[in-house]
Design a protein around this ligand. Structure first.
Ligand code: GLN
Length: 497
């Protein structure tokens, strides 16, 4: 197999090429390392360790030669820099953690390593995963491979850009309020945020612990299914880990639906369209692209039904109270003593804390800490935090009412295609408002997926969001896979990559 083809292959294709001996992990890894170097200007990687990657590839090739290779053995990937890694630095996109080395690997990282994957390095992200454009990283922005003047989405922007630019067949991401789905949508790739508790949070630097969830980002539903099977499963080190047997998401994805036919693999699937997900303010190109994808789903046998998520708009204030509240608590550990940057000069302990945190955190992180401390403070707790918690429960109940009428819920991932770099003029509210369609599933803890649906204004990718009931990842992957078997949006590569 010639080197120029290697980066065109996704996880499943690479797995097959490695199994048949058409390519070695060393060869693929070297090729992707060369590409990472050639496309450094994208800003996707924060750290590349070529020696470690090649050594890992050699181990994978040896395991395969010895007949000890699983599906992912020798497949290269990289991790969002929010996962701690023992053999590489971890920054969470923050100056606070510059030079930090973890004494252990995150469970997700350890599991993917045990499956034989080869890590090329760490991927750029918004500082502590707070953001929607990767413009909040202390280590520079990431460019969207479809248009270098636009953002790739965030906070898993490095993961999205690297996969879209064919620097990697897949990557890890995390999603607290949309950070897997929205960058996947903006960058034209496939991503799934599983049900809260499916992937261990152990070793994922905490942003908002009741919402944080890891997941794969890749080019297809099939690739995501393979990665998710390896990275998920119960972990006693995470108190909110779901106590369920490890899922074979690839088998679930392939399992035919009852009553399905070759022409109509989704026969009988009821797709609920929340009217609130198609407001007048939805960009016309996004609306048109999503509707066209839904028409394709009808051809595949699905039926579309109108449903309601009446508190969709409220999910913005609810999320932007709960997430900062949890963040203000989680980030208290970065004080220059237990973790993180320590100021060079200070008169006493208080000043040391103040200076260290002032210097170490970026503007958006400080804003969230202040909002969080405010909504939790005596006198405001009932008015903000407690109200938000009550509404969160109602939002989750709204979904259960929908799932009485449908099997999956669909709509846009984001109200627009990827915006231009620096176009929001530093107004954080604009980015918060654009999270409207991803926040509801996050607050409810439901699985959500972004599937490339086509292209909108400026030739930019548009994602279709699929939301399932708890632990229905298999249903989402099956529905996305059927769509991808019938369409080729997910196969399109940005020009020059
Ligand atoms: N954009 C949202 C935020 O800024 C979501 C981020 C995430 O999912 N990590 O909080």
């Amino acid at each position: 197999m010639s080197a120029p083809d290697l980066h065109q292959m996704g996880v499943a294709a690479l797995s097959a090429a490695l199994a048949s001996g058409k390519a070695s992990s060393r060869e693929v890894t070297q090729h992707l390392l060369d590409r990472a170097a050639a496309h450094e200007a994208l800003g996707a990687f924060l750290h590349v360790d070529a020696d470690a990657a090649l050594a890992g590839a050699a181990v994978a090739d040896a395991a395969r030669a010895a007949g000890r290779a699983g599906a992912l053995c020798g497949v290269p990937l990289a991790h969002k820099d929010i996962f701690v890694t023992q053999d590489m630095p971890t920054t969470a996109g923050s100056k606070m953690l510059a030079g930090y080395r973890s004494p252990f690997d995150a469970t997700v990282v350890a599991r993917l390593k045990a499956a034989g994957t080869v890590s090329l390095g760490k991927l750029n992200c918004d500082e502590y995963a707070m953001g929607s454009a990767n413009e909040n990283s202390a280590y520079g922005l990431v460019r969207n491979p479809w248009d270098l003047t636009r953002v790739p989405g965030g906070s898993s922007g490095g993961s999205a850009a690297a996969v879209a630019a064919r620097l990697l067949p897949g990557a890890t991401g995390t999603d607290t309020g949309g950070s897997i789905r929205q960058p996947a949508s903006f960058s034209g790739i496939t991503g799934i945020k599983p049900t809260y508790g499916v992937c261990s949070r152990y070793g994922m630097i905490a942003f908002a612990s009741s919402l944080d969830q890891a997941g794969p980002m890749a080019r297809s539903a099939e690739d995501c299914a393979l990665l998710l099977s390896a990275m998920s499963g119960f972990d006693e080190r995470d108190a909110t880990s779901a106590q369920r047997p490890a899922g074979d998401f690839h088998a679930q994805m392939l399992a035919p639906r009852e009553g399905a036919t070759a022409a109509q693999p989704l026969k009988g699937l009821r797709i609920g369209l929340p009217t609130e997900f198609f407001p007048a303010a939805l960009a016309a190109d996004v609306n048109g692209t999503v509707r066209a994808a839904l028409a394709e789903y009808e051809k595949l046998g699905a039926t579309l039904v109108d449903v309601h998520l009446p508190r969709t708009e409220l999910s913005i204030p609810v999320y932007y109270i709960i997430a900062p509240a949890e963040a203000s608590s989680n980030l208290s550990r970065f004080d220059g003593v237990r973790y993180g940057h320590r100021a060079a000069e200070y008169a006493d302990l208080m000043e040391m804390y103040k200076r260290s945190r002032s210097e170490g955190f970026g503007a958006e992180v400080k804003r969230r800490i202040m909002i969080g401390a405010y909504v939790l403070s005596h006198g405001y707790y009932d008015a903000y935090y407690l109200q938000a918690q009550k509404l969160r429960r109602m939002i989750a109940d709204d979904f259960q009412a929908c799932f009485k009428q449908c099997d999956v819920i669909a709509g846009p991932v984001a109200p627009t295609v990827a915006w231009h770099i620096a176009s929001q003029g530093g107004d954080p509210l604009q980015a918060y408002l654009a999270d409207i369609f991803t926040l509801p599933a996050s607050l409810a803890g439901l699985p959500g997926m972004s599937v490339p649906a086509g292209f909108g204004a400026g030739g930019m990718p548009v994602g279709l969001q699929l939301i399932g009931n708890y632990f229905q990842e298999g249903t989402l992957l099956h529905a996305a896979h059927a769509f991808q078997q019938a369409t080729d949006h997910h196969l399109a590569a940005p020009a020059g990559f």
